[in-house]
Structures are given as C-alpha cells and as structure tokens.
Design a binder for this molecule. Structure first.
Ligand SMILES: [Zn+2]
Length: 288
C-alpha cells in the first residue's frame, strides 16, 4: 500500500511538472481532491484571512506555481499527495473549467448543447479531462481582463464553472474515486479561447445599481455611474460589463470616452481602461 501511494505521488508530480511546462500553475492534491498541504493557520481560533502573505505553504490554490523547483518542494512537503490541481484564472491561459457533472437526473452535456444552440456558440476543439465518475472537464482560456467567477449549476443543472480562485483536478491525478485522464486526442491541445457568447453567460450581471433603474440621463448615464461605483478588485470587471452593454445597445462608440474617464477616476490606468473597452467591443462584434 505504501509503495503504491509513493508511486501515485511520483506519478502525480510528473504530471504536475508537465502541466507546469505548459504554463499552468499547480498545487498537490490529496486523495479527497482537496489541497494536500495543510494550512499553517489551522490551529488559529478564527479563520485566517491569509492568502500566503505569511510566506508559508498551505493556502490552497494560492500556493499554485508553475516553477518546477517550487512544485517539487510542495510535493516533498506533502508525500501523501496523489494528484494535483490546476489553478484557474491565472496568466498566461486564464483557464476556465467547464465541469460537466453526471449527477442522477441531469444530462449536463445535453444542457450545454442546448445552451450552445440558444446562444449560438460551438465549443472549439480543446483539452477534455474525463473524471472517474463519468463527468468531463472542458478547458477554455479567457481574456486577461475578465474575471470569471466560480459557479455551481448557475448556467444549467450539472454545469459548474471553475474560474478565478478555483482549480481543476489535473489529468493523471489519482483520487479516492479513480484516475482523471485526458480524453483521447485532446491531451496535446492548448486550451481554446472561450467563445464570446459563452463568456458573456459566465460573467454574472451585477446585483446592485442596475443601469436600467438609473435616474435621468438615460442608460448611458447609468452605465457610467455603475463604473464609478466600482471598488478595487471589481473595476475591470465592471468596466468590461458596462462596455459590453453599451456596445450591445449601440451606444458603445458614443459612450467609450465617458466610460474610460469613469474608470480612470476609480484608479484604472487609461491604457487598461481603453484595452478593456476595446476588448468589450470585440466581444460584442464591434470594431474598437
Ligand atoms: Zn498564511
């Protein structure tokens, strides 16, 4: 048993290192698919807000690295690891995982096909990982300026999205349920860019300050207010969302300057703001 575990660890490390060679940041996982390194704050009375600032390992996906030495260190510190997780949302791929589950009573593949028909997108050839329970993970890459959040069943029952702060169990990992493996013919592929209309479904509409309820000044004014109200950490996402709505409603070109001004007012650089607006224009099929 001990030998088998050691082999599983060695194998997981080898797979993790080849994922890192492709630019993916990884962490060791235990058999339960949870991060294998224990939190250095586990004995603290209150949950720790630390995301690795203390300099010690054990902060889950925040430990993720594509540096081979760092990866070897993490596996050496967690000899019980039998798998590895791939962090989503990080450069260079800004990985988005579409997790198609096979819970009883849901056909997530059919649900995705239906979404694709309704929103006119096709899933391009990309890495597909087969899970031991019969599910599939589709790997897609996102644009750098968009933060795709994690969600479970929001798109359709059985479809979970792994985005920023989430991770995917890497192919070659062994878990309590079995081995994760790349689907035949997909292992060598790069994560394909997420189709535009699917990406739009993955970015949730903001809850507060709905532009439609904006006071005098009309829709454009509401969108500008929406950008102005952004806190740090949501500035790019809000600008991107507002710019997409503006271009979809045909007021993109007229509103671009006002949106850029609002965004720089919240602390984004002019260059970042323009790049985000240009990206929203492209995403909605317009010329920036
Ligand atoms: Zn810490």
């Amino acid at each position: 048993m001990a030998t088998t575990d050691r082999q599983a660890t060695t194998l997981a490390l080898a797979h993790a290192l080849s994922a890192a060679e492709r630019g993916l940041a990884v962490i060791p996982l235990s058999r339960t698919k949870l991060p294998a390194l224990r939190s250095p704050h586990r004995d603290d009375p209150a949950p720790s807000p630390c995301h690795g600032e203390c300099g010690r390992p054990g902060h889950g996906v925040y430990d993720a690295s594509s540096d081979p030495d760092r990866i070897r260190e993490m596996f050496a510190a967690a000899p019980w690891a039998t798998g590895y997780g791939i962090a989503c949302g990080l450069p260079p791929h800004h990985l988005i995982g579409v997790d198609l589950d096979v819970k009883t009573g849901t056909d997530s593949s059919a649900a995705l096909r239906e979404l694709a028909l309704r929103h006119l997108f096709t899933i391009p050839p990309t890495v597909v990982v087969l899970t031991p329970s019969g599910g599939r993970h589709l790997w897609l890459s996102g644009p750098p300026e968009v933060v795709v959040p994690n969600s479970a069943g929001r798109l359709a029952p059985g479809i979970d999205i792994r985005g920023a702060g989430g991770y995917l169990v890497g192919p070659g990992s062994r878990t309590g349920q079995g081995v994760y493996a790349a689907a035949p013919g997909t292992a060598h592929l790069a994560p394909a860019p997420c189709p535009r209309s699917l990406l739009r479904l993955l970015i949730p509409p903001p809850r507060a300050h709905h532009p439609a309820s904006a006071p005098a000044g009309g829709h454009g004014h509401g969108l500008v207010q929406f950008v102005l109200a952004a806190h740090e950490g949501q500035r790019n996402t809000r600008l991107f969302w507002a710019a997409c709505r503006a271009y979809e409603d045909g007021i993109g070109p007229a509103l671009a300057d006002a949106l850029a001004d609002a965004a720089t007012g919240t602390g984004l650089s002019e260059r970042e703001a323009r790049a985000t607006i240009a990206s929203a224009a492209r995403l909605t099929g317009h010329r920036p």
